[in-house]
Each structure stands twice: as C-alpha cells, then as structure tokens.
Design a binder for this molecule. Structure first.
Ligand code: ATP
Length: 291
C-alpha cells in the first residue's frame, strides 16, 4: 500500500486499545522509575508485563489505574485520558494490587460485598453479583468463613473476586501469584483464564515468573529500567532469539526460554542493582494467612 492510499477502517477492529501508553515517564526524586514507556494492550488479550525488581512495573500500573498522576506522556484506557478522566477510567477497571487488600476480620462474602458497594453495583443486583464473583473463583463453599482462615491461594482468589464484582472491562493484577506454591499459582491462573474466556475481559498482569507468562499470556512485554526492551508473543520472542543465535553460529540444543530472551535484551544490567527475576524482595506475603 502506498503512503497515499486511503486506509479503510477494519469494522471488526476494536475502536481503542484497552491501554495505550505513549512516552510515559514517572520519577521519584532522582529515580526515573518509568522512563519513556510506550505500550499498547489490545482489547481481550492477557498481556504480561515482566521485569525484575525495580523495573518500573508497579509505577507504570499505578499511573494506568490513576493512583499516580501522569507527569509526562499519555495514558489512555479504552480511549479515556487517565489524567483528565480519572473517574471514568476507574469505572472501567478492576485492580488487584501487590499489597493484601482483603480484610481478615470479614468473611469472604462480606469482603466482596464491600467492593460491590464501593463500585456502585446496583443494590438489587449486589447479592447475586457477589455470589457469582465468589463462585467464579471457586470460593462459594468458603464464602461465609472469615478471610483470616483462608490459605494464601484462597486470599488471592478472594481479591480476584473483589476486583471482578464490578464486571470490569480491564483487570489489572500486580504479581497475583507471588509467594504462592505451584498448585495455588496454577489455581489463580486457571480462574483468571476462565473469567477471561467467559467475559472477554482484558487482563494486564505483572509477574516475575517467566514460566507463567510463557504459559498463560497472549503477549508479553519485557521491561527493564523503566522501558520496554522486547515485546511479542512468548513464541515470537523465543523463536526470534533462537534464530539470531543460529545466525551467529551458536550451538543450541533447546529453544531459548523467556528468561534467556530477557537476559539477551537487558544484558548484564540485570545482575546489578535490579536484582534477579526471582529475587523477590517484596514485603508482600500472600502465602501467609491474612491477619
Ligand atoms: N514510593 C517510592 N519512593 C521512592 N522510590 C520508589 C517508590 N516506589 C518505587 N520506587 C523506585 O522506583 C523504581 C521502580 O519501582 P517499581 O516498584 O515500579 O518497580 P517494579 O518493577 O514494580 O518492582 P517489583 O517487581 O519489585 O515490584 C525502583 O527503583 C524503586 O526503588
């Protein structure tokens, strides 16, 4: 197509990306936590934002959720400007932060009901929507137990139910499986997947776990020192590195992993102040019971 050929809009294409960041920058004093981030999350996909400690993932997400201002660049959520239309953006999304957000002294049902009230779920629909959200994460049988009796995996699923009760178009999860054992991690992902399949909701998730991203995300972005260093489907990224290595004549018995891809794009910088993928210094301890 020549530069002059008029483009016809694809009627099947969504009008807006779920999230679009252009030149997003955010600094804490001298620290450029996010440093010119360009990123688009397409409607309906599970998108993984990966990176080591301190890469800037949480800061970027907090700008997208309007919890932090957007001092430089632009953030749009389904076309709404996160700086100017904060309430509109908030209504479109469910957010599960890294920090525990469930109240240990309330039952699972009461915790979800609280979110239903805060997010203005109509009073008449509330009981049913709360029950649906709990059932979607397999907590119907435990709904009337205090959250402090839940295991770490159950707490994480409860937080997922809290975020789902308002039927968000975009679900943002900040390290949803950190601190969980492998079985609980799989459980959280299976519930995310099932809800996405049932609702078509877009999911943006941050994680240190490259294996999870490889298995569950449609596309991933590798973030390092405030910027995106690589972007694509997990297969594209792994095959791209494999091809490059073959072209360079490097011997390889197996296809590179996503971790190999990240080491390749971020280089030795990964091993200094940024920490390693699994160097989880986060104070959050989901594996422990709340309370
Ligand atoms: N409230 C704050 N005050 C000062 N510096 C901060 C603050 N929050 C984050 N930073 C710094 O900003 C940079 C990016 O941090 P951020 O938490 O966004 O990274 P991250 O990729 O989410 O890391 P993690 O995986 O450990 O959660 C880091 O250098 C961090 O030390």
């Amino acid at each position: 197509m020549s530069a002059d050929t008029p483009r016809t809009a694809d009627p099947a294409a969504p009008a807006h990306d779920a999230v679009s960041c252009t030149g997003l920058a955010y600094a804490f004093g001298e620290t450029n936590a996010v440093d010119g981030l360009d990123l688009s999350v397409r409607e309906g996909e599970i998108f993984g934002l990966l990176g080591p400690n301190g890469a800037g993932k949480t800061t970027a997400i907090r700008c997208m959720t309007t919890l932090l201002p957007v001092p430089a660049g632009m953030v749009r959520v389904f076309g709404l400007d996160a700086s100017r239309e904060r309430m509109g953006v908030r209504r479109l999304l469910g957010y599960v932060p890294q920090q525990l957000s469930a109240d240990s002294g309330l039952t699972g049902r009461e915790n979800v009901a609280l979110f239903a009230r805060v997010f203005d779920v109509p009073r008449k629909e509330r009981a049913e929507r709360v029950a649906q959200a709990l059932a979607a994460v397999d907590l119907a049988d435990a709904a009337d137990r205090l959250a402090k009796t839940y295991s770490g995996g159950m707490v994480r699923r409860l937080e997922l139910a809290q975020a789902l009760v308002s039927a968000p178009r975009l679900l943002i999860l900040d390290e949803p499986t950190i601190g969980l054992d492998p079985i609980a991690r799989t459980g959280v992902w299976e519930h995310i997947n099932a809800v996405r399949a049932a609702t078509g909701m877009t999911v943006l998730v941050t994680t240190h776990y490259m294996d999870e991203a490889d298995q569950y995300c449609d596309r991933v972005a590798l973030m390092h020192r405030g910027r995106i260093r690589a972007l694509g489907t997990p297969d594209e990224l792994r095959e791209g590195l494999g091809e490059r290595r073959r072209a360079e004549g490097a011997a390889q018995d197996t296809l590179p992993t996503l971790e190999d891809v990240f080491r390749d794009v971020a280089g030795s910088g990964l091993d200094d102040q940024s920490g390693d993928f699994r160097d989880v210094r986060s104070t959050r301890r989901t594996a422990q019971r709340v309370g």
